[in-house]
Design a protein. Structure first.
Length: 44
């Protein structure tokens, strides 16, 4: 299991702020699949 770090919290904050994983991923220059995977790590 990965440890929680500030990057995970930043990704969560960007998703909440934008209201969408797709829009957050575009802002972060990531694919939605990558961002979704990072969110799953945060949930674990």
């Amino acid at each position: 299991m990965e440890h929680l770090n500030l990057r995970h919290l930043h990704y969560f904050w960007m998703i909440a702020r934008s209201g969408s994983i797709v829009r957050a991923a575009e802002s972060l220059d990531l694919s939605p699949q990558t961002l979704s995977g990072q969110l799953a790590t945060l949930e674990a």
